[in-house]
Design a protein around this ligand. Structure first.
Ligand code: C2E
Ligand code: MG
Ligand code: MG
Length: 733
């Protein structure tokens, strides 16, 4: 294929050379005819060879070349054709050019299936300007020679045709991003033809033109280019949609349009004529106006789109929170006291995470419905129906899926809360519905209101507590069960609120998560715990170091700076990474994807170990065990509680212990309160334990030396594992 193309290129070059060098007119014209016929053949062969998806533009090109071949046959000097026959030949030639232009425009059209209004306007401006210039100069000069009406008409049309063809070629170069070899060849041909014809006409009117002169070179070249273009394999891509670029008014474009506006006055000055340039000037000004107008419209629609995007959620296309609040404000402003209550329903999909996990979408799943004047009965009925409808299984590409919904409902009567507050109420009610297991609705009421107020107060006071030292830690021993001995401590957050009393760490952490202070809170806990660990280790230098178990929230893991922060705290407190175990609850671990997983990976690389806390309370535990290499698995209190009586729980714990063994993780039994539970766990092969029986969480100050050194040497060696290889803690040897 490549060889065919090269051969065709060489052949075209040789024929062109022969034309320029031949002295005998018959030979010369034969070479020219062969060149045109060769180009025609190449176009035909190219279409057959490459089979473009749309053949129309190339068939048009073929038509143009067939016409040009006919012209050259007529003009063959051996016939001694009469003047009128030669004029017909010129007419055919002039027909060939628009055909070529149409072919080029057709290619442009195929590349821009969605239209190209700006390109069309720009092209028309350039074309009118070119035609004005050409008709004012070239044709005017040639006009003197011609007397017949036909040739006069042809000369009047010629500049427009030539300008049109040249503009089509320029448009082909400007659309799309694909400047393929075929693009250059096809666009180059009409530009060369235009140049050649201008040269020819000028030298004809100066009386210096003779066939075979250098003025013919561009025209001959243009024939060659058309043939070679269609013979080139890239012609296929040229006849299909191209990645288009927006027609911004770049400096280059403005310069071209500005020059185009100068065409009319320039023609006026050069020719001294006024009518034609005047008309051209009017047309050009109108076109530029249209172009500017379309630019303004485009800007406006772009701004509308931006406004629309700012007010809508990109995934669902629904109005987003900002526009929700605006609309809700409108609704509240409109109501009168006699109206039934408005309702705000806060809807969260249940089990959506599972769908996400299985089908791989990442998206928020909270929706808000604002129902004007619906009344309580109507709102409740709507909530019930929504839950029923949403709980039905639906078909996804990957198979059937099922979610449910929790809905929080709040009602608004005249003079009630504002939009923000209503939303918070509905959110709180939804949270309540979720807490109850989901798939239900909850109406915001007074108790919920009190809870919400407490929550707001906690959120506000937590920041203070962090700064003024209102928080503290208690430490609960983590104990090796066989033989018995303390291997470390779990740090547990305590907050004694001045008004509300003791706040559970779960509530405190949740408030911190809501206010974005969870990173600061986590850092404080870790620094405090590590400082304590360093003091304990320093106070008993004869013993191997203890391990500190520190709880982290899943939100903390979403901060990519977290590993660096942890490293800084370890360095400051002088604690080795291998002495610290970070605990992530199973519920939290369910949300650990993407960034969270990377953070866990980075922390492990730093030598810290990771524990899966409250194991058995989440629902897709096994998948997550696979994703994160946990070093410890802490069996949730709920399994320990009935261990001595419930056979099921024993079986489950046995299975967890065996699975953990395979994964290289150590098992910690939580919530051991009785000797029977302890025995059961030990029998089942659980290595470590925690619970009131073994030691309650207590402030560091009351944890005595006996507890710190109550560990047999063997166990201590194991728990202070080296960061690179974390060996199992129990039963070696
Ligand atoms: P957890 O990590 O599973 O901690 C164990 C919880 O069980 C602690 O509750 C502890 O006091 C309690 N516990 C220990 N032994 C027994 C027992 O024998 N029986 C019973 N019934 N309970 C026992 P606490 O201190 O209320 O902490 C609750 C949860 O709060 C923790 O569960 C942990 O997930 C979270 N948490 C605590 N401190 C922090 C912290 O500093 N940061 C984060 N992110 N979460 C924390
Ligand atoms: Mg824990
Ligand atoms: Mg736990």
């Amino acid at each position: 294929m490549k060889r065919t193309w090269t051969a065709a290129a060489v052949a075209a070059g040789v024929l062109l050379l022969a034309y320029l060098l031949a002295t005998d007119p018959v030979w010369r014209q034969s070479a020219w005819l062969a060149l045109v016929a060769g180009a025609t053949g190449s176009v035909y062969a190219g279409i057959r060879l490459h089979r473009p998806p749309t053949r129309r533009p190339y068939v048009l090109l073929l038509g143009a070349l067939v016409l040009l071949t006919a012209v050259n046959v007529i003009e063959f000097p051996a016939w001694h054709a009469s003047d009128s026959v030669l004029t017909v030949a010129t007419a055919l030639e002039l027909l060939a050019f628009p055909t070529m232009g149409l072919a080029t425009l057709d290619l442009v059209r195929l590349q821009t299936p969605h239209g190209d209004r700006e390109g069309v306007i720009d092209g028309t401006i350039v074309m009118v300007a070119l035609a004005t210039l050409l008709s004012g100069t070239v044709s005017a000069a040639a006009l003197v020679e011609h007397t017949s009406i036909l040739s006069y008409a042809l000369l009047a049309v010629a500049p427009i045709v030539l300008a049109g063809v040249a503009t089509a070629a320029m448009r082909l170069l400007l659309v799309g991003n694909q400047r393929l070899p075929a693009t250059w060849l096809i666009a180059g041909a009409p530009l060369l033809a235009l140049g050649g014809h201008v040269l020819r006409t000028l030298s004809q009117s100066a009386g210096t033109y003779a066939r075979g002169g250098w003025e013919d070179l561009p025209i001959g070249l243009s024939y060659g280019l058309v043939g070679l273009a269609v013979l080139h394999p890239t012609m296929v891509a040229l006849a299909g949609p191209a990645p288009t670029r927006p027609h911004r008014l770049t400096h280059g474009r403005v310069a071209i349009l500005g020059l185009a506006l100068l065409a009319a006055p320039a023609t006026m000055v050069m020719t001294g004529r006024t009518v034609l340039p005047f008309i051209a000037a009017v047309v050009l000004s109108l076109l530029v106006l249209v172009r500017l107008w379309s630019l303004v419209i485009e800007r406006e629609t772009g701004r509308d789109e931006m406004r629309r995007q700012a007010a809508h959620d990109p995934l669902t296309g629904l109005p987003n929170r900002t526009s929700l609040l605006e609309r809700l404000d409108d609704v509240l402003a409109r109501r009168s006291s006699a109206d039934p209550a408005d309702a705000v329903l806060f809807l969260d999909l249940d089990g959506f995470k599972r769908v996400n996990d299985a089908w791989g979408h990442a998206a928020g799943d909270e929706f808000v419905l604002v129902c004007e004047r619906i009344g309580q009965r109507g709102a409740v009925r709507l909530a019930e129906r929504l839950i029923a409808v949403l709980s039905e299984p639906f078909a996804l590409a990957g198979g059937p899926a099922q979610v449910g919904a929790s809905i929080g409902l709040t009602l608004h009567t005249a003079g009630g809360a504002g939009a923000e507050a209503l939303l918070a109420e509905a959110d709180a009610a939804m949270y309540q519905a979720k807490q109850r297991g989901g798939y239900a609705y909850e109406i915001y009421g007074v108790t919920l209101g009190a809870r919400l107020q407490r929550r707001r107060q906690l959120e506000a006071d937590l920041v203070d507590a962090l700064q003024t030292g209102g928080l503290r830690l208690e430490y609960q021993p983590v104990v090796a069960l066989e033989p018995r001995g303390t291997v470390g401590f779990e740090a547990l957050l305590r907050w004694d609120h001045p008004d509300l009393g003791a706040i559970s760490p779960v509530e405190a952490v949740s408030a911190a998560e809501a206010t974005g202070t969870v990173g600061a809170l986590g850092a404080w806990v870790l620094r405090e715990a590590c400082g304590q660990l360093a003091r304990w280790n320093a106070s008993a230098p004869a013993h191997d170091p203890l391990t500190m178990f520190v709880n982290v929230s899943a939100r903390e893991l979403l901060d990519p700076r977290m590993p660096a922060r942890v490293a800084g705290i370890l360095a400051d407190t002088g604690v080795a990474a291998a002495q610290v175990v970070l605990e992530v609850t199973e519920h939290a671990a369910l949300d650990v994807t993407g960034t969270g997983l990377q953070t866990l990976g980075a922390l492990r690389l730093q030598g810290l170990r990771i524990a899966l806390d409250d194991f058995g309370t989440g629902y897709s535990s096994l998948t997550h065990l696979q994703q994160v290499p946990f070093d410890f698995i802490k069996i949730d209190t709920s399994f320990t509680t009935d261990l001595d009586v419930a056979v099921d729980n024993r079986a489950i714990v046995a299975a967890i212990v065996s699975m953990a063994g395979h994964l290289g993780a150590q098992v910690v039994g939580e919530g051991i309160e009785t000797a029977a539970q302890l025995d059961a766990l030990r029998e089942l092969g659980c290595a470590l334990g925690q619970g009131w029986l073994l030691g309650r969480p207590r402030p560091a100050g009351v944890i005595g030396g006996a507890q710190l050194s109550g560990r047999p040497r063997r166990e201590r060696d194991a728990v202070a594992a080296s960061p690179s290889a974390h060996p199992p803690l129990h039963r070696h040897g």
